[in-house]
Design a protein around this ligand. Sequence first.
Ligand SMILES: Nc1nc2c(c(=O)[nH]1)N[C@H]1C(S)=C(S)[C@@H](COP(=O)(O)O)O[C@H]1N2
Ligand SMILES: [Mo]
Length: 228
Amino acid sequence: MNDDAMVAAKRAKLVREKERWAREGRRFGGAVPVAAPVAAPAGTGRRLPLGQHEVKDWPVLDLGTHPNLPAKDWTLSIEGLVDCPTMFSFDDLALIPQTERVSDIHCVTSWSRYDNRWRGVAARDLIAEVRPRDEARFVLIKSYDGYTVNLPVDYLYEPDSLLATHWSDRPLTREHGGPVRLVVPALYFWKSAKWIRSIRFIEHDIKGFWESRGYHMLGDPWKEQRYA
Ligand SMILES: Nc1nc2c(c(=O)[nH]1)N[C@H]1C(S)=C(S)[C@@H](COP(=O)(O)O)O[C@H]1N2
Ligand SMILES: [Mo]
């Protein structure tokens, strides 16, 4: 097998496996059974959402291809229902005020990682530049590895939602989505697109890669919205 075929085979196996989890999750009623109190939203005492366990390392999870994108070759296109569709370069991003936030990661495969220090541009500051129209209620995001993901626009206005260029004061590594990834801590980590390429503002929600394969349209870890 050549490299491309290996990557394709690996991707197919991973996708089959995660589709199977989504099917089984549905059979079990949408949630992994755990004897614990109902999950409380962040800020009301509970830190670990139901069905999660804490890890100290930082796993790499994706479809198996890590695009090689020097910062000078990276662009982000913001399009769809906005007054000013714009193509941002890495240097353009650096001209927008920088934000640093510490947040927890909750991956739907059940690991959580506390206290990740991200730096970059707050998604709401970036959005302010393009002026979304009132009818724009969702976004469909595309990445350089072909990945897609959808979410409501509201989540991009959360103060913790960032287009991150740095993690723990160091440039984001290629395997974790460098030079620029999305971070939306209020949703399961599959919504945080690595190697982000475009954000399209749309009126009606459209399924992304995992949403088309049995995963939840929203993915709120505090409501255990793992599977559709
Ligand atoms: N472009 C892209 N972004 C992606 C993915 C992917 O395959 N491609 N996988 C998602 C999933 S399922 C998870 S859990 C996180 C993993 O991010 P990490 O590798 O930095 O831990 O990235 C998300 N963003
Ligand atoms: Mo994931």
